[in-house]
Write a protein that binds this ligand. Structure first.
Ligand SMILES: [Zn+2]
Length: 230
């Protein structure tokens, strides 16, 4: 259902943009991607998603179910994969009963966040380090790659040294798992331990208005985030 919500957001936003004749922009769907990602493009102009000619900025769209413990959608792209002006849109939703039809439910959007993606990736990474995780550094790859050939720089490892993404180093597979896949879980990534963790979260909150808006969005909807920033 999350994928449908993400796609419908793009569809409806385009309908609104089309009605505004003075707005020369529309939303283009980046086809061939695993997830629903969009680009803001110039209406009626040629657009090449490969070279990014004809586009102004990209939008990564994620959805979360409010009642699930963790959303399946992971915000797990690395900092260097984001352009400065790329946006992140997150929609929080859940099933609601239709008022006069107690047997029918619909997916209701409960809350949302739209803002720059890069500060949120930086926030995620600061807390990943605080929880004992690490990132592969240039010239220090567990696979022993040469600097020129290493594709793993920036890949996250968890506190046990297990790669978080499938694209991480082969030598950092876990026992019985190819990769940990916890990195970038929307709720999990704000997890902080003890006073030091909370201090980092508060400092991040104070350092950047986009980070603060994202933390506020999560705190409004998840008591454990609200408790962490008290
Ligand atoms: Zn490597």
């Amino acid at each position: 259902m999350g994928s449908v919500i993400e796609a419908l957001w793009g569809f409806h936003l385009n309908s609104i943009l089309k009605k505004e004749k003075d707005i020369p922009y529309e939303l283009g769907w980046i086809y061939g991607h695993e997830y629903n990602d969009f680009a803001c493009i110039l209406r009626g102009e040629d657009w090449n998603p490969e070279t990014k000619d004809g586009e102004l900025f990209r939008v990564e769209v994620k959805s979360m179910v409010a009642s699930a413990d963790e959303s399946k959608a992971h915000f797990d792209r690395l900092q260097h994969e984001f352009a400065e002006n790329e946006l992140l849109a997150v929609f929080l939703w859940d099933w609601k009963v239709i008022a006069d039809q107690p047997k029918n439910v619909y997916p209701a959007i409960l809350d949302y966040f739209v803002g720059y993606a890069l500060p949120i990736a930086k926030l995620r990474d600061a807390l990943h380090l605080e929880r004992g995780g690490s990132f592969i550094q240039k010239g220090n790859c567990p696979d022993g790659c040469t600097i020129q050939n290493c594709t793993h720089v920036g890949e996250p490892l968890n506190a046990s040294g297990v790669r978080e993404r499938r694209s991480g180093p082969d030598s950092s597979k876990g026992a019985g798992v190819s990769y940990a896949a916890n990195f970038g879980g929307m709720l999990r990534m704000l997890g902080s331990r003890g006073k030091n963790g909370k201090d980092i979260l508060k400092n991040e909150y104070a350092s950047d208005p986009t980070k603060a808006r994202f933390i506020d969005f999560m705190a409004r909807n998840f008591p454990r985030v609200a408790r962490a920033i008290k």
